[in-house]
Write a protein that binds this ligand. Structure first.
Ligand SMILES: *[C@@H]1O[C@H](CO)[C@@H](O)[C@H](O)[C@H]1NC(C)=O
Ligand SMILES: *[C@@H]1O[C@H](CO)[C@@H](O)[C@H](O)[C@H]1NC(C)=O
Ligand SMILES: *[C@@H]1O[C@H](CO)[C@@H](O)[C@H](O)[C@H]1NC(C)=O
Ligand SMILES: *[C@@H]1O[C@H](CO)[C@@H](O)[C@H](O)[C@H]1NC(C)=O
Length: 692
């Protein structure tokens, strides 16, 4: 190993000057009202405001010697889809020609479950959102593009360092019985049933931190399926804390120079709800499959460690932030070195490969296994303990989703081959056979391996479970000889979960959602070995089949905004409920305003709400101390009457400890849609109040 290390060092020293890095951050917040959230598949979980805005955090890396470029973007969204990526690349090419293309752009979703959906195009994924939502799609494309453009224009000579630490009390395995199906010899290599390591890459220029990427395996499901305010959840808040710490605590969210991402990795079976699953009323320990909750209508779900979901989010975020800051302060391993990247689209059902033996860590060349057409198993409908009873498919006759009712009968029956291929999974939805109205789940996925100096990064198109991720990292490490390997989750295309073949036998949620059958992981292990080899040798791989394009077929049932109106005698922006005149630290100040529909304009980086402090009475000069993207604020939008078009914006500010005494006010901004056409901006203030 020391010889290898020496080799990397030699490389690093020789090429240290060749690495150039740019970072960029941009607002990608989706439409904040009336659009379904992506993740829990809960038809009733639609947005009505903002707690934490969504951001895209971009890292553009350039190796001057080989003129290789790599783009990595961590996006506060449930996942990424091929339609969004394709459009981002198309627009990048308009500006920069062939510099950025399908081979070198990695978009990785953080997997927050509290952000607007409808951007994926595959029918099953957009179904709970009532189909495709152009507004979400456009918002994500615009924000991601902007973050990359900012990073592109800031590219400068940089060094790359690696560090890591353990966080012991921020994640648990939510399918521990499935994990136990993995061979004991393999499990004996690991102390825990989830990864506890926070891996960190930081880029430095002139001794200063330019940007940081942290990977820690945890579902951003601290906010549960009753939340209706847009939130980047635990990882998003950790990023905001880290960026405030690195840019100064008065920097507004998304406005700092230094960017700090907490990106997704092998989080498939990993929950942040560390108190574990309990029955809703009796508080007895439970398990969603063993139905230990016996009271009528009692559900089993996980929560904690806080009193409520907001406090839980804050606690998990703070643990990750503290760990990242600790690593940042320690000396890092210099991994600066040459860049390389290969990408391939892979038709999963068409693959036949040698299975992997996790005990001997070898592929059995004499045996062959294959992928299946996509299908979902029954346990998928039960949901997880992070979001129980998600799709109520088994009682499909009276669901509240009109889109589901309309297409229910078009789902194809699985064939005998499908049933055999997926066994022991009982097929609930033969999504790979469904042709109406268009593809339900992808068959073609996106696979990337990047070499970033001494680090190998495997970007995967879904949610690898803990052990699946460990196997993948181990194959990439063994093939590349690299000491550091990270897995970037939910990248480019979303194809649900990837459980190990052993976990698959248990058919819990993650296995039921492993859509290409029991050997899905074996296919990936073979593929990433091949891609890693290609990066090492600098050889080209075939681009693979293009995923199909459904952009002409998309269905949406999301109604448009019709019009807005102010109540009689009022104007848009009028403050209709004033804050109390005096407040102290820890108080929640709130005000209500006559509002337009927030879907009228996406207001990226321009806010719906700010909190302002009076700097100079003489000049009537106010400075913004917090925005609707800050933890301390909540922007809540309420439709009063759809027919009249009236609505209210409620803005809350929880005054943080340490807030300087002074005069403050709440400022609301928006856009209204005039009944005879046209969209117009408005704004309004509350009366001022004192913080003492
Ligand atoms: C900024 O905020 C962080 C997190 O709350 C805190 O740890 C740090 O001390 C603050 N820094 C300054 C300079 O106030
Ligand atoms: C969600 O969290 C809230 C507390 O913030 C709690 O009252 C509610 O029961 C939770 N629901 C689920 C389904 O987890
Ligand atoms: C996969 O296999 C099917 C059936 O054999 C074939 O129709 C299809 O063209 C193949 N797809 C790709 C991308 O190779
Ligand atoms: C490899 O697979 C073949 C065919 O399934 C099987 O007979 C053999 O025992 C396997 N070899 C090892 C080392 O597991």
């Amino acid at each position: 190993m020391s010889r290898l290390l020496a080799a990397w060092c030699a490389l690093a020293c020789a090429c240290a000057d060749a690495l150039r890095v740019g970072v960029g951050i941009a607002d990608v917040t989706g439409p904040p009202a009336e659009i379904g959230f992506m993740g829990y598949a809960n038809f009733e979980q639609t947005g009505h405001g903002i707690h934490l805005r969504q951001f895209a955090r971009a890292f553009v890396l350039e190796d001057e010697e080989s003129s290789t470029r790599i783009v990595f973007v961590s996006v506060d969204a449930a996942m990424m889809g091929n339609g969004v990526r394709k459009e981002v690349i198309k627009r990048l090419q308009k500006r920069y020609g062939e510099l950025y293309n399908e081979h070198n752009v990695i978009l990785s979703g953080t997997h927050t479950h509290s952000t607007p959906g409808g951007f994926l195009m595959d029918f099953l994924f957009d179904l709970p959102i009532l189909g495709f939502v152009k507004e979400t799609y456009a918002a994500y494309i615009a924000g991601i593009l902007r973050s990359i453009v900012v990073a592109h224009t800031n590219v400068q000579p940089a060094k790359m360092e690696y560090g890591e630490t353990e966080i012991l009390d921020a994640n648990i395995n939510r399918s521990p019985t499935s994990y136990l199906r993995n061979p004991p010899e393999e499990r004996a290599k690991y102390q825990y049933d989830v990864d506890k390591t926070l891996a960190q890459v930081r880029f430095l220029a002139g001794g200063e931190v330019l940007g940081v990427i942290n990977w820690f395996a945890v579902h951003p499901t601290s906010m549960n399926n009753t939340n209706r305010l847009i939130s980047s959840d635990n990882v998003g808040y950790a990023s905001l804390l880290c960026e405030k710490a690195l840019n100064g605590n008065t920097t507004l969210p998304g406005k700092g120079r230094v960017v700090c991402a907490f990106a997704s990795t092998n989080l498939g079976d990993v929950s942040p709800n560390t108190r574990g699953p309990r029955c809703e009323f009796s508080r007895a320990r439970c398990d969603q499959e063993r139905l230990l909750c016996t009271l009528p209508k009692e559900r089993c779900f996980a929560s904690g460690p806080g009193r409520d979901m907001f406090e839980s989010t804050r606690i998990i975020a703070t643990k990750m932030f503290d760990a990242a800051m600790k690593v940042l302060k320690q000396p890092g391993e210099d991994l600066t070195g040459p860049l390389g990247i290969v990408h391939q689209f892979v038709a999963m059902p068409n693959q036949t490969v040698s299975p992997y033996d996790p005990v001997t860590e070898t592929f059995n060349e004499t045996a062959k296994v294959s992928g299946c057409l996509p299908a979902m198993g029954y346990s998928f409908a039960a949901g997880t303990t992070d979001g129980p009873g998600a799709f109520d498919f088994t009682q499909g006759t009276t669901t509240s989703n009109p889109l589901w009712n309309a297409v229910r009968d078009f789902i194809a029956e699985p064939t005998k081959d499908d049933i055999e291929c997926h066994a022991p999974k009982p097929i609930l939805l033969a999504t790979g056979r469904a042709k109406f109205p268009y593809e339900w789940q992808p068959r073609v996925v996106s696979c990337t391996v990047a070499r970033i100096g001494g680090l190998f990064l495997a970007a995967v198109p879904g949610e690898f479970t803990t052990m699946s991720g460990r196997r993948l990292r181990s194959v990439v490490a063994k093939t590349s000889g690299a000491k550091r390997v990270v897995l970037a989750g939910l990248s480019n295309i979303y194809s649900d979960y990837i459980a190990t073949p052993e976990e698959y036998q248990a058919q819990r949620y993650e296995a039921a959602s492993t859509i290409f059958g029991p050997h899905t992981l074996d296919i990936y292990l073979n593929k990433y070995k091949e891609l890693t080899d290609a990066v090492l040798k600098g050889s080209a791989v075939s681009p693979g089949p293009q995923p199909p394009d459904f952009s002409e077929l998309l269905i949406t049932l999301v109604p448009p905004v019709l019009w807005d109106a102010a109540p009689w005698g009022k104007e848009f922006g009028d403050c209709v409920r004033q804050p109390q005149p005096q407040h102290g630290w820890g108080d929640v100040v709130s005000a209500a305003f006559v509002s337009g529909h927030p879907r009228n304009s996406i207001r990226h980086g321009r806010w719906y709400a700010t909190i302002e402090r009076l700097e100079s009475e003489q000049d009537d000069a106010w400075t913004i101390v917090a925005t609707d993207a800050d933890w301390e604020t909540k922007y809540i939008w309420i439709r009063n009457s759809k027919i009249m078009g009236t609505s209210t914006a409620e803005i809350e500010w929880e005054i943080p400890e340490g807030t300087p005494p002074g005069t403050y006010r709440i400022h609301h901004y928006g856009n209204y849609k005039y009944i005879l056409g046209g969209i117009y901006p408005y704004h309004g203030f509350s009366d001022s109040f004192e913080v003492t």
